[in-house]
Each structure stands twice: as C-alpha cells, then as structure tokens.
Write a protein that binds this ligand. Sequence first.
Ligand code: DHE
Length: 503
Amino acid sequence: MTAVRASFDRRPLVAAVLVGLTVLAGPARAEPDAGALYTTHCAECHGADRLGRIGPALLPENLGRVVGKRAGEVIAKGRNATQMPGFEATLKPEEIEALAKFVSTPLASIPAWGAAEIEASRKIEHQPPRLDKPVFAADPMNLFVVVETGDHHATILDGDKLEPLTRFPTHFALHGGPKFTPDGRFVYFMSRDGFVEKYDIWTLTKVGEVRAGINARNIALSADGKHVAVANYLPKSLVILSADDLKVEAVIDARDANGKPSRVSAVYQARPRGSFVAAMKDVPEIWEIATDGKAAFQPRRIATSEPLDDFFFDPAYAHVLGSARDGAASAVISMETGREVAKFALPGLPHLGSGIAFKWAGRPVMATPHLKSGLLSVIALDDWSVVRTVATAGPGFFMRSHENTPYAWTDGMLGPTKDTMQILDKRTLEIVKSITPSPGKTAAHVEFDKTGGKVLVSVWEDPGELVIYDAATFAELKRLPMRKPSGKYNVFNKINFSDGTSH
Ligand code: DHE
C-alpha cells in the first residue's frame, strides 16, 4: 500500500517585515496523513491493501468516475442503501480531501492475483440438486434477470405474470450482461471488483463465488456451458474458470506477440466457433481461445492495424466489427483468415457492443447507437457499406429488438433527451415513435420477453422502475419499482442468442 506521508507547508510565515509590520504567525499547518486516516477509518471495510473486503476495492480503476471530488462527496455523505457511512461529522474537510486523493491514486504495484489467490477466494455455498424442472411454476424460459445497481441486488422476474419471484444481494457494481448456461438454469454475474457469482435460477439460491481479478470487465460462458472466461484490467489477464465449481482452469497473462502487456477489454463467446474471442485494450491483437482440444486455452493471435476494443459479431461469427479506442475508425476482421476485410469511419463513437442484427430490404444489416452523437448507423453485413444514418434526439447507449417485432428501441441517455426512448421501424429505417416513461428521469436499456410481445424499459434511477409496454401498440402495461435497474436479461432470448440482443 502506498502511504501518503505528512508534508509541511514551508512557506515563510512572516513576510510582513517587508512593510515594516510585525506579524505573529501561527504554527505551520500539517497536511493530513492520508495513509493513517485510511488505516483508521477505511481499512476495516475496504481492506488495508485497498482491494476491498466487505466494502468495494478503493482503486481508481475500480472507482471509475467516482474519483477525486466525487470520491470526497461519497466519503463526506456516505452511500445510500449500503453500509458506507458519511464522515463529514467525524473528519475535517481537508482530511476528507486527502482521503479522496489517496483512494484516487493508483497502487504503486499491483498485487499478485493468480491461480492461488483466485482459488483462495472461492466459496461454494450449495451443491445444486439434480432437477428436471424448477421449484416454481413460472416458465423458466420467460424469466428475466434484472440487475439493480441502485442497491446491488438482482431480481428474478416471471416474464408472463410480470411479478418478481425473488430478489437477492449481489456484489457491488455488477457490470456487463449476466451469462446463462445453455439450458438457462444457471446464471453468472460479474462485478467490477472481479467477483464472479454463480446463481441457480431453478432453486432460487446462490451456488458460490470466486474473485477472478482485482478489476474486471466482463465474462463469457463457453458454448458448451463448461467454462467461464473473465476479462481483467487488473491484473492484465484472461482467466478461465470451470463453470461447474468455479475452480481456476487457466490464468492467461495478457501480452502481445512481442511480450507487451495489455488490459483485456472484453471477452465474448463465439458460439458457432466453439471459442472465446477477447479484445485487447493496449495492443493491436484480437485473441481467439479454443475451449477444448489440444489447443485449449492457447490464444490464437489475430494481428490488427491498431487496438480494437468494442466488438460486434455478425450472426454467424464469421466477422468481427471492432472500433478503435477513440472511435475514429472501425475495422471488419474475418475470423477465418484473420484479415481485415473492410475499414470505415463512423462519426460520434459507435457503441458496437450494443449493436443488433436484422434483415432490411432483404439484406442482413446491423444497427448501432453512437455514444457521442444522436445517430444510429445501419451497416450492411454483406458488403460492409453504411446503408443509412438515422438521426435521433440524442446520443444513446443501448439498443434492442427481437425477431418477432418490426421495431428496435434505443435510448438517449447520454444527451438532453435522456428521459426518452426512440423507436426505429426496421422496415423503413425511420424513427416512428418517442416514449418518455417518466419525464425528467433517465430511461435506458430495453429487453423483450420471449415472444417479442412485451418490452421492458428501465427508468434508470434510484429508486427507479421497470416500465412494461406492449411491443406492437406501445401501450403501457405495468410498472414495477426497482433500484436503478441497469439491465435486464430474458433467459430465452439470451440462450438463443437472439439477433436483437447483445451477446
Ligand atoms: Fe458497459 C456491457 C464496456 C460503461 C452498463 N460494457 C458492456 C460490455 C462492455 C462494456 C465491453 C459488454 C460486456 C458483456 O455484456 O458481456 N462499459 C464498457 C466500457 O468500456 C465503458 C464505456 C467504460 C467503463 O467504465 O467500463 C462502460 N457500462 C458503462 C456504464 O457507465 C454503464 C452505463 C453503467 C454501469 O453499470 O457501469 C454500463 N455495460 C453496461 C450494461 C451492460 C454493459 C448494463 C450490459 C448490456 C447488455 O444489455 O448486455
């Protein structure tokens, strides 16, 4: 742990002699000892090493935007719905500021987090019984897993009755979509602090957890449901776990062919290829990792002209469309040959990971929102031409559709119309409707039910709501209170890799 040691203000305290005055100055003010303050007030919950204990890790990589001044606000006021108390009555403003600076400073060196540390963190709580159906009557294929980041819980929702079956705590700050086993029975969650939790949907109980990294990005499950891959920023590794008992199967040090280390941006399941595909943040390589056979867990390196880190795969997983870090250029790589087959520039940072696929005018196309401009780009998957750029009310993050609906829904959560969803007609590529679930409140992230007949939209606030609409008439059907429902995932759509959802 790096400790920020006290330093003293050495500026002259008596300067007034210059104008013939005598000034009696007070003693020099010592700056707060942030390391000591951390040990006294934070270490018990967040760990002496800042890697987290009952509270989350306090590293800038994990805190994301809650660094500097914003970290100070949390230290002062505490966090609602967590055990984090406010310290404004206990600590002086300069002490809070020093602590905020301390937790916003990266560790001098990253502690080892290899197979031994991962294994030591593994906890299995319950051995799932053999079952041929769930313990409840609801259709297991039409359940939704709702991730509620407002108070770090997840809800299992009956998609027919639109009623919660259960709600349970998760680790702090889940990120990315939870991943399901091919039968839809088990679901895996990942937190930014690197915890992977396995949950048995059929018995509504947690199976266990393991900490696969210190700062993780996302997870993927192999097509056979046997392996979970974890993409890490800290340490720079790709970890493969047994999906059954979460034991470590491989820890792959992420380095390019020349040995240069890289953060792993994300990992995906390339189902038809029986492999994982990983995006490297810092080196111009894409990795494909077979999950069985002689070359299991040995990365195949695909060299690219620059690092690509946000991916969309065509439905056959024959090509990956990736965007460069600054979003200025996007490249299409053939998964078979590893060669770049197309390159184009899309303005305003496309969010390819939220892209959806569908047919338009008889052609296979994909549509992607843009993070920095109110646009949707529609790209033909047969010749990689941009067939339409559709203006929206503002930049958005997510997009969703379903095979059984002619509409795709997108949000404007990153712009002035953050409270409004917009609906694209996939036949005409025109925006045909705008819906504001709760004026002034952020609306984002959509999921369809199994049939494509209902649409669930998040009011992305704490407290927030799920607002459910008829997918054909857009009539509102129901509201369910939720704590910042950041994402919801329909079991059927996910295990069938619906073209309308992210994978
Ligand atoms: Fe995400 C998915 C990367 C910030 C909420 N996000 C993903 C995925 C990636 C990614 C690679 C696909 C993984 C998967 O589902 O397996 N996200 C990034 C970033 O690089 C970025 C821009 C910066 C970062 O801090 O990591 C980022 N993401 C955010 C947020 O700020 C969001 C809005 C709030 C949050 O919870 O952090 C956010 N990301 C999500 C969600 C998904 C996601 C809800 C799953 C989408 C889905 O429907 O599948």
